[in-house]
Design a protein around this ligand. Structure first.
Ligand code: UD1
Length: 424
């Protein structure tokens, strides 16, 4: 397992272009299972998760080529319908195979993902949605078996929680169902709208994606997908927080500032000067970091996927901040590692009380999940001395070319490869 070595403190300055959004492209890749022919996707980041998803599509019988950031998925002759445990356990997003397989093949067998470091993370809303579309669902031997031999039919579905995954999975299934489907209290994350745009360009009839209610009129078939992935708002946010934390001057390019409003508001309250254009955001810091309270919420609220990174920022603020996690109440594995760097953070249920300190100091730490790893990198930039972050395979799941991008901003990261690591 690789280790990152960072010598701090460093100041970040310059421009960086964000990659395509991991959380949009993974379901778009499975949406290719809805069509017959060659789908072409652009701005597909080269990540561990996109290569795991390509592997799953190949297991199902599709041909996948990933050339630079272009991906071609040929589903002319795919013939299998099982997403095996070995893949689902390494990447929960494999569950996105369920909707497309059920819609196109009339059956699917998908391993239940199980919990993760942030808690139980059920998929009951995905399954409820598929049942409302007429699928018969049974659970056995750790797998979801779903069947709709006569095809799916539209229905009205109310989501008790606006789940991103359930909204996308059911939306993909409903595209080929007979009649009209309405999803109420749908997730409003921009990734939902991006996937709907990809499907509509291929002939689907989806209205309202990105809003509270989504209406889908089923069509008998789709053309192959032709789509360029939206910008990764979480990657963009990570660079902006890094700019603030290091007292730097960072311009993030090729992003959509309208996806970042909750973060930009907090960065300003923390003392950053923020400027934004149509597809870029610049963050500068002249003074110290001020404390603010942050509560995660569904979009357009503050993203849970930026909670660890903003906490790293608040750990060097001049005062006390409260960080409340409402999406995943246990998503705090980064806290113990941040403490090793000198952060003063106390947990009380789903609330972290962060008392800022001017003195973080480098130490060996361990990456525990994707966004937690990003928080450790940012803290290492702000800390005095050397930080060694082990288990960086987590970060490789979701940040494309991260060393190159930070090096271009003046913050070199050395990757130390473990020679015993079969994946090195
Ligand atoms: C997606 C993102 C993840 C992000 C999360 C919230 C991907 C691949 N992952 O995850 O990075 O942190 O959105 O923005 O896009 N829930 C249920 N039953 C379900 C589904 C969800 O109770 O069937 C609950 C979850 O436990 C959680 C909440 O709903 O408390 C939101 O989860 P959800 O929006 O579904 O997250 P994911 O799609 O898994």
């Amino acid at each position: 397992m690789d280790t990152f070595v960072i010598d701090g403190p460093v100041r970040l300055e310059g421009r960086v272009r964000v990659s395509g959004a991991k959380n949009a492209v993974l379901p778009v890749m499975t949406a290719a299972l809805l069509v017959e022919g060659v789908s072409t996707l652009q701005r597909v980041p080269r990540l561990r998760d996109t290569s795991t998803m390509a592997h799953l599509l190949r297991v199902l019988g599709a041909r996948v080529e990933h050339d630079g950031n272009l991906m071609r998925i040929d589903t002319s002759s795919y013939d299998y319908w099982e997403a095996p445990y070995e893949l689902v356990k390494t990447m929960r997003a494999s569950v996105y195979a369920l909707g497309p397989l059920l819609a196109r093949r009339g059956k699917a067998r998908v391993s239940l993902p199980g919990g993760c470091a942030w808690g139980p993370r059920p998929v009951d809303l995905h399954l409820m949605g598929m049942e409302r579309l007429g699928a018969k669902i049974t659970l056995s031997h750790g797998y979801v078996h779903a069947e709709a031999p006569n095809g799916l039919r539209g229905g009205e579905i109310f989501f008790e929680i606006p789940s991103v995954g359930a909204t996308i999975n059911v939306m993909m299934a409903a595209v080929l169902a007979k009649g009209r489907t309405t999803l109420v209290n749908a997730a409003r994350e921009p990734e939902v709208a991006d996937i709907a745009a990809a499907l509509n360009r291929a002939g689907a009839r989806i209205e309202g994606a990105g809003g509270y209610a989504i209406q889908i009129d089923g069509v008998p078939e789709l053309r192959p997908l032709e789509h360029a992935t939206m910008a990764d708002r979480i990657e963009a946010g990570t660079f902006l927080i890094a700019g603030l934390m290091t007292g730097g001057d960072v311009t993030v390019e090729a992003c959509d500032p309208t996806h970042l409003q909750a973060l930009l508001e907090k960065l300003q309250q923390m003392g950053a000067e923020v400027e934004a254009g149509p597809d870029w955001v610049r963050v500068r810091r002249v003074d110290g970091v001020r404390p603010v309270d942050v509560t995660t919420a569904p979009f357009p609220g503050f993203a849970t996927d930026l909670q660890a990174q903003i906490m790293a920022g608040l750990a060097i603020a001049d005062g006390v901040s409260l960080v409340t996690e409402t999406i995943y109440p246990d998503r705090f594995t980064h806290v113990a590692e941040l403490r090793r760097l000198g952060a003063q953070i106390r947990l009380d249920g789903n609330i972290a009380v962060v008392t800022g300190t001017a003195h973080l100091s480098g130490a060996p730490v361990m990456a525990t999940d994707l966004r937690a790893s990003a928080a450790l990198i940012l803290s290492a930039f702000a800390a005095e001395g050397r930080t060694e972050i082990s288990r960086v395979y987590h970060i490789d799941r979701g940040y494309e070319s991260i060393e190159e991008k930070f090096a271009a901003l003046g913050a070199p990261i050395e990757r130390r490869r473990d020679r015993d690591d079969p994946e090195a």
